[in-house]
Design a protein around this ligand. Structure first.
Ligand code: ADP
Ligand code: MG
Length: 655
């Protein structure tokens, strides 16, 4: 039965201007069960012919027929299928994967086959067949040349091909090892395998039942010593369910294998992998930190609003601005106690809290502390949710009498008194004695400063005794209901304009803001920081992606021979593409993972030292993972495509 026929095939190589006609009009028919020796001087075109017979290359002209079927129109994918299932190729250079064991090497073609059931057992069986059952775990560098070639033969046999093509399989071996290898071929032939063998040794030629001699790209003689037996083979149709000669589906086992392979590559190049993930690592860490910061800020604004009540208006002096620049320091409207009283008289205002603010040097025994001093009235406590947690607030009467009493925030308490109870103790504020009445509740840190770092004293005491101010820094007004807010704002504004005889150009010499405005202003600071992190993240991810791309390109270059081998054994372009994509994505995933750890550490540091609220959500982790996977695919695609496009023969020759 005719297994493979080539008819008038030619192949010409071009090197620059020079054309090498490696094959000229060659015709040859290979019958099932034959043992053919191809002989001829070096450069006569034997290897070129073998590559065409083995579907590793295509002829320039002429036809290659497999069991009567013309293969010239078949796709590259179909060619990969034929390499995998029809032909077992044995190379002079063995072409084993150096880092894999004998067993793994034999298994390799099965990775690309859709018939891989029991792959390990089959591979072991093949190794036993070539007499290597006790060397399954050895790597190529732990085997002799003859043993390596036997592994290669087992690899060629494992997919149960229709024929074995061997291109000078004994060329790199000493004569004894060569004899052993030939013995194996002889035995395979005896069992019915079709074998085509390129050889230099005349004695081998004598053994073969048919000898084909080549010279200058032509077949010069073809002698058959024993007539071809009529042997049938399982038709290609059995392999090819459906007629397209193509692997039916991409199996999960293959994907898992790619995953294992990628892991091995990463582990074998630890430093290189680490350096290449740095960009992604920083990018992902920035993304997560940014999101955690944003979430934390939003959360603390919400908490503040809930705590302080959203129906507060804050009236403050502001300076006149002309084209965005302050005109002069004194241009602000100075709010007085009378203003505060007038505001309190507005019907929609329930109560007001006038305040002054200043710096104070606090001394208790041998301890010093500089803090914010707030002069306030008793309304301050309920309006700002600052009812003391211990002791009591001062009364209106105490305020009018300008008593030297104070309430301390928790940071002040901690720094001046430690664990001591401060209530009833006397401290000095700017060298004036004050008695501690109570302790303020903790408000935590928000928007860049510690809100517990302050003391509150009576307004009148502050104005007349401590700061010598006759004007207010701020008046808070509580509005009876939220709906009356805009009207109240208008009314108060009109009131101040009237009381201070303000001309329109000075309307902005004071400002009224509701609490939501203030919070918005505060959170814009965190937003700015977030934008900064966001741009660092973007740049890092792009730079990281380029890093990944670079390392993948190097990897593809380095592993050109490996890629060539995989293709020669039946890997399709898509198999190679997926292999390298898996690798790129794995590297970026590692970057993503370490980025998450780094983000955790950084967020913790920010939360601890800057006292900002940081919230890392599950969603942001997912987003980071998606980001890194996206970068991996995006930047890994090009190198992977380069790998997938490589030509098997040229890649195998790559040095
Ligand atoms: P053999 O295996 O009989 O020694 P080859 O088939 O390898 O011969 O080569 C036949 C001719 O084609 C030689 O002259 C060789 O230089 C040339 N040749 C083979 N492969 C290539 C190639 N990839 N590019 C250019 N020339 C090639
Ligand atoms: Mg050759």
């Amino acid at each position: 039965m005719k297994l493979l026929e080539v008819e008038n095939i030619s192949k010409t190589y071009k090197i620059g201007e020079v054309e090498v006609r490696a094959l000229q009009d060659v015709s040859l028919t290979i019958h099932a069960g034959e043992f053919i020796a191809i002989m001829g001087p070096s450069g006569s075109g034997k290897s070129t012919l073998m590559h065409l017979l083995g579907f590793l290359d295509r002829p320039d002209s002429g036809t290659v027929r497999l069991m009567g079927r013309d293969t010239s129109r078949l796709s590259d994918e179909a060619y990969a299928f034929l390499r995998n299932r029809v032909v077992g190729f044995v190379f002079q250079q063995f072409n084993l994967m150096a880092r894999s064991t004998a067993l793994e090497n034999v298994c390799l073609p099965l990775l690309y086959s859709d018939d891989r059931a029991g792959d390990l057992d089959r591979s072991r069986e093949m190794l036993a067949r070539v007499g290597l059952s006790n060397r399954t775990g050895h790597r190529p560098n732990e085997l002799s040349g003859g043993q390596q070639q036997r592994v290669a033969i087992a690899r060629a046999l494992v997919t149960k091909p229709l024929m074995i093509l061997a291109d000078e399989p004994t060329g790199n071996l000493d004569s004894r090892a060569g004899q052993e290898i030939l013995g194996i071929f002889r035995e395979l032939h005896r069992q019915g395998m079709t074998i085509v063998l390129v050889t230099h040794g005349e004695e081998v030629g004598k053994e073969a039942e048919r000898v084909v001699r080549m010279h200058d790209g032509k077949i010069v003689s073809d002698e058959r010593r024993i007539p071809a037996k009529e042997q049938s083979v399982t038709g290609i149709a059995d392999l090819d369910r459906g007629g397209s000669l193509r692997k039916k589906r991409y199996n999960y086992g293959e994907f898992f294998e790619h995953f294992r392979l990628a892991r091995r590559v990463v582990l074998n190049n630890k430093l290189r992998s680490f350096l290449s993930i740095l960009g992604v690592l920083i990018g992902v860490a920035c993304v997560i930190t940014m999101l955690a910061l944003g979430r934390g800020a939003a959360e603390s604004v919400k908490e503040d609003l809930a705590r302080m009540g959203s129906n507060l208006l804050t009236i403050r002096p502001g300076s006149v601005k002309v084209r965005g620049a302050s005109v002069e320091a004194g241009a602000a409207t100075r709010l007085t106690l009378d203003d505060a009283r007038a505001i309190a008289a507005v019907p929609s205002v329930r109560r007001v809290s006038p305040q002054v603010t200043g710096q104070g040097q606090l001394v208790f025994e041998d301890k010093n502390w500089t803090t914010r001093v707030i002069g306030a009235v008793p309304e301050y406590a309920p309006m700002r949710n600052q009812e003391p947690v211990a002791g009591r607030f001062f009364t209106s009467d105490e305020n009018q009498r300008r008593l030297r009493v104070a309430l301390v925030g928790q940071t002040v308490q901690k720094n001046l008194f430690g664990t001591e109870d401060p209530i009833g103790k006397t401290i000095k504020i700017n060298r004036v004695n004050f008695q501690i009445l109570g302790i303020l509740p903790s408000r935590g840190a928000s928007a860049f400063h510690d809100q517990d770092d302050m003391v509150v004293i009576p307004l009148m005491t502050a104005m007349k005794r401590l700061m010598g101010k006759d004007y207010l820094d701020q008046v808070d007004a509580e509005i009876t209901e939220l709906g009356a807010m805009p009207a109240a704002q208008e009314e108060i504004s009109a009131l101040i304009i009237r009381r201070h005889h303000l001309t329109p150009d000075r309307y902005d010499s004071f400002n009224i803001r509701n609490f939501a405005d203030i919070q918005a202003a505060l959170s814009s600071t965190t937003r700015t920081f977030g934008i900064l992190l966001g741009s660092v993240a973007t740049i890092s991810l792009v730079v990281g992606g380029i890093g990944i791309m670079n390392i993948m390109l190097v990897s593809v270059k380095e592993r050109t021979r490996e890629i060539g081998l995989r293709k020669a054994l039946g890997a399709t372009s898509r198999d190679i593409l997926v292999q390298f994509l898996v690798e790129a994505v794995m590297i970026t995933f590692l970057g993503g993972l370490t980025g998450i750890v780094l983000a955790g550490v950084v967020s913790w540091l920010i939360a601890t030292f800057a006292k900002w609220k940081m919230i890392i959500t599950f969603g942001s982790l997912c987003l980071a993972f998606l980001f890194s996977a996206g970068v991996g695919i995006l930047f890994g695609l090009w190198p992977a495509k380069q790998a997938a496009a490589l030509d098997p023969i040229r890649s195998l020759r790559y040095e």
